[in-house]
Write a new protein. Sequence first.
Length: 179
Amino acid sequence: MSEINKISSISSNIISYKDFTYNVPTIPNNIQLILDIIDDVTEERLISLIKDKNVNDLRKICKCITNEVFLPLNLKFNDYQFSVLEKGKGMYYEKDDKNKYYGVIAILNMGTDILFNLKNTVKNTVNNIVLPKRSLLIINDQQYELLRSIAQRKEDIIDKNTNIIRDDRYSIVFRISKY
């Protein structure tokens, strides 16, 4: 049975997940990473729907996710984007249009672990965050300062002991539309 996991808080400064270690204080305050937000059955189902371009069923599931996960966080997402990033491909820097969307988005990462880049255009800093598959990244960017990207490569080198061999990446981006 498909399941959406409830959000649990992190109580330490360093967390480990799979082969990745996160130093929580180095992650900006306006970014929240939630690991294993969906189970593998749900991930497979969502990937299948994205591959089949079954937008109607995807929208129904996204509304359920919004009700179960985001409403308790006082987030009322009403716009959903479904995408596929083929193995080795990248995503050039992008940010949301402040005339169309409010400054909060959530990205559900599926299919592969991947190194995700967030560039602050005001502070001129870059945060590289490993997004494990089945994780959710919530970005609160009320000033529209952050650019999001994924480098074009077949493998992400995290450190001398950890590499991510990429596979096809599937994602759902949740937004709050102003219309």
